[in-house]
Write a protein that binds this ligand. Structure first.
Ligand code: ZN
Length: 175
């Protein structure tokens, strides 16, 4: 397994749509393994989506405290309820913001053996899943911040949200 570099906010790849995996090849499994390695090497880890290591495929790894979960081509089938809470991203270390998410999600995904499964998640796990699936569609958590509640973790200072969003979009335009 190889630890990969996590792309930071501002990289245009983070704004692109990831493609579904059509066949689970050794290459795909290697990417998943590398994503796991990268996830567990990171500080404050929760989840990692393939676009964050520069690969536009629908692959996610996460560990929200209940062990490793790997998702291939995940899709949200149902969502309901509401939760409002702090969220952060490995591509934007040192910052957290308040994001509203569905409280419960039901997803369908493939596992690494290519088997389809259904998972119903709530609260923190549901939040992680929604954050990571967003990454597969080029959406970042700063797009979903409530009000302008984005903070620098160490100083507690509010960050200019519009500037951050401009930074993450501008690169797309310039490409
Ligand atoms: Zn993220």
């Amino acid at each position: 397994m190889t630890e990969r570099t996590i792309l930071p906010f501002g990289d245009p790849i983070l704004r692109k749509q990831a493609k579904p995996v059509t066949e689970i090849t050794p290459k795909i499994l290697k990417i998943l393994d590398d994503m796991v390695e990268t996830l567990y090497a990171a500080d404050g880890r929760a989840g990692l989506a393939a676009p964050q290591i520069g690969i536009l495929r629908q692959l996610i790894v996460m560990d929200c405290g209940d062990g490793l979960l790997e998702l291939i081509n995940p899709e949200i089938l149902e969502s309901h309820g509401e939760q409002v809470g702090f969220e952060a991203c490995l591509s934007y270390p040192g910052y957290s913001g308040v994001v509203k998410r569905a409280k419960v999600v039901k997803i369908r995904s493939l596992n690494r053996d290519g088997e389809s499964f259904i998972l119903e998640a709530e609260d923190y796990l549901a939040r992680c899943i929604q954050h990571e699936i967003d990454h597969l569609h080029g959406i970042l958590f700063v797009d979903r911040i409530q009000g302008d509640e984005l903070y620098h973790d160490q100083t507690g200072q509010k960050v200019n949200l519009l500037e951050v969003i401009r930074l993450t979009n501008q690169q797309v335009v310039n490409r």
